[in-house]
Design a binder for this molecule. Sequence first.
Ligand SMILES: *[C@@H]1O[C@H](CO)[C@@H](O)[C@H](O)[C@H]1NC(C)=O
Ligand SMILES: *[C@@H]1O[C@H](CO)[C@@H](O)[C@H](O)[C@H]1NC(C)=O
Ligand SMILES: [Zn+2]
Length: 481
Amino acid sequence: MTAAGVPHSYIPFSLFLLLLSSSSSHLYPGTATAEKQSKTRSLHSEILRDEAVARLNDLGKVSDADGYLERTFMSPASVRAGILIREWMEDAGLRTWVDSMGNLHGRVEGMNTSAQALLIGSHMDTVVDAGIFDGSLGIISAISALKVLKSNSKLGELKRPVEVIAFSDEEGVRFQSTFLGSAAVAGVLPVTALNISDKSGVTVQDVLTGNSIEITEESLLELKYDPASIWGYVELHIEQGPVLEWTGFPLAVVKGIAGQTRLKVTVRGSQGHAGTVPMSMRRDPMAAAAELIVLLESLCKRPREFLLDGGNCDEYSLESLSTSLVCTVGEISTWPSASNVIPGQVTFTVDLRAIDDVGREAVVYELSNKIYKICDRRSVSCIIERKHDANAVICDRELSARLQSAAYTAVHRMTGEIQEEVPVLMSGAGHDAMAISHLTKVGMLFVRCRGGISHSPEEHVLDDDVWVAGLAVLAFLESHM
Ligand SMILES: *[C@@H]1O[C@H](CO)[C@@H](O)[C@H](O)[C@H]1NC(C)=O
Ligand SMILES: *[C@@H]1O[C@H](CO)[C@@H](O)[C@H](O)[C@H]1NC(C)=O
Ligand SMILES: [Zn+2]
């Protein structure tokens, strides 16, 4: 989701965490010999590569906008996308339904209906001017892998039910509230979420009702899955960063997802005429905001320097912060925004992420203190609002080990070569797995994307990487047979 353009300084941190030998062996089949062609056929390339790529392209055309991709929560295009995905789920032999938050489910029971179910999911909504792989790849590769099992008459051999979920909202574009879909399934969506309204004043509840989905506070609570009925959750997602491409690997196992705090900082000063108020008599919120933003950058580049005096952060957190902390001011607005007026008010957002929750808290605390001091010195008033908090999520060890072995098998089957260890990365972006971690153990696989670019029409995954992603899900499913 919100990792648009993972900053460059993120590379060293991720590499720091890589457990890999950094050879960049090439993972694409070379010239197509007859032997390779027949091997290719046996690796279900028609379903896992050709059809999956075609479906990604088809789904990528389902948009509310003209000329670019945009699908927000329960929009007309989202509903059409749901119909398409539902057909593909049924084509793979899954029983399907839509729940009262608009999530689409496809389930196969396997040999034991009462065994704990494996959930595999990702989101079907997109950002504005999105790429076609974010979210969709995780849904489509899961459906394709199950279709392979169906075509081999093996769905009945699954030891446990497998349920693919296409979540209705992860990006939070329409209601500014991420994870509406997965948080409902995990039972952590507050009922007040039904009353959130979008820019046109339509609430979440209105939108669902408008799509003939009855949602009440009671039915929202009933959406929560019984943790005892679930074995675990797996999500495959594009990396949205540049590390995998750099290492030459198509797949990585995700070790954990960074926690996040979003702040809104409002600076109020004294609005005035740009020509008549002497510099010494100004209370300019724009200059103050500039100083605050540079302060944020310094603090996040060198947390150690700033926090050591604070004394409220232990060595472990400091170490983790210095390799994982990333901070961004992505939005700034000013009033009245005219070239000849000293602004009266400037508002900007802060997005702050780190793997260590204690460390992140210490940074927010230190940042707030420093902001208030600077505002006092400049005689402007500052308000800091905490808009969003999410704790870091650490992926389950056993589940990750299985995913790692599935990724290994997939790469090995495709190239015939013995690969080195599969890389392990941290995720700076949030994913549905964060919400689902409140329900059950989670594990994730990352798929390489070109240039690390995401949340952009430039987002791209090689056809063969789509294939190896499908093979990895297939190998993972085979470990449940
Ligand atoms: C089916 O799963 C349930 C719940 O885990 C278990 O108690 C039961 O033994 C399983 N049945 C078979 C035939 O494996
Ligand atoms: C939602 O808004 C309605 C109407 O304003 C109100 O009656 C209801 O209590 C609100 N529900 C929640 C959960 O806030
Ligand atoms: Zn995503």
